[in-house]
Design a protein around this ligand. Structure first.
Ligand SMILES: Cn1c(O)c(C(=O)NCC(=O)O)c(=O)c2ccccc21
Ligand SMILES: [Mn+2]
Length: 250
């Protein structure tokens, strides 16, 4: 979806997104994580938040995974995250689509302006749909994991948080990142209008700690063109082999 961007992209320092893109390149290169606060500004942030709340009220979110709570004897299940995937063309996602376009522009420009024309040695040429996630409180959480442990093509995770007046002491829901190669952890509160980027691979295991208020976020995963191409090829070969086996069954 990026062909609308001219290839030879030259960024004017006057361009408002210039310093944001510089920040992104610098932080990703140095830490592999980048936090940008007041990303859209309050007014636009609230418009995006309202769209997500309306989606939730309309029951558009599919039932999240049920995590049976091993600790409780009555095997009560703690409902975990609720998610829905959108491409932004849906009628009720006008402002979410604007957010997505804004993030696309920044990631693309950052990728192009990085020293050797690539950020983190990736060439970004696509992304997933947007995953809108809701943790319905009640201790719902997400266990420690790596987004892309096996080279499925995703190189950058981009998360936009929508939670007004979020107090981690009261509400929990902290994102804890365990950057590879250090004992230091990065604790990121899912506060309103905060944009977060991090490398999707094994460099950044992370967990969502139990949330006690409703916690909303919108996630985009950006693809490295080469890694994605190889992953798709492998996927097609595995698929063909499975069909072959199946068609030969007695
Ligand atoms: C709901 N949710 C997630 O919240 C995260 C995740 O890491 N979130 C980090 C965060 O919200 O701060 C995920 O990585 C994830 C992956 C697949 C399906 C659902 C998922
Ligand atoms: Mn994750």
């Amino acid at each position: 979806p990026f062909n609308h961007m001219p290839n030879t992209y030259h960024m004017e320092p006057s361009d408002p997104c210039y310093e944001v893109c510089q920040r992104l390149v610098r932080d990703m290169t140095q830490y592999g994580v980048c936090v940008l606060d007041n990303f859209l500004g309050r007014e636009k942030g609230l418009l995006v938040r309202n769209e997500v709340l309306n989606m939730y009220r309309q029951g558009i979110f599919s039932a999240g995974q049920l995590v049976s709570n091993p600790k409780s004897k009555d095997s009560q299940t703690v409902r975990s995250d609720l998610i829905t995937w959108i491409d932004g063309k849906e009628p009720y996602c006008y402002y979410i689509k604007q957010l997505i376009t804004q993030v696309d522009n920044i990631v693309l420009r950052a990728n192009k302006m990085a020293h050797n024309g690539k950020m983190g040695d990736y060439f970004i040429n696509g992304r997933t749909k947007a995953m809108v996630a809701c943790y319905p409180g009640l201790g719902s959480h997400y266990v420690k994991h790596v987004d892309n442990p096996n080279k499925d093509g995703r190189c950058i995770t981009a998360i936009y948080y929508l939670n007004l007046d979020w107090d981690v002491e009261k509400c929990g829901g902290l994102l804890r990142v365990f950057p590879e190669g250090t004992d230091q952890v990065a604790d990121i509160a899912p506060i309103f209008d905060r944009m977060l980027f991090f490398w999707s691979d094994r460099r950044n295991p992370h967990e969502v700690q139990p949330a006690y208020s409703t916690r909303y976020a919108i996630t985009l995963w950006y693809f490295d063109s080469q890694e994605r191409e190889i992953a798709l090829k492998k996927y097609k070969e595995e698929h063909a082999a499975l069909l072959q086996q199946y068609s030969q069954r007695k």
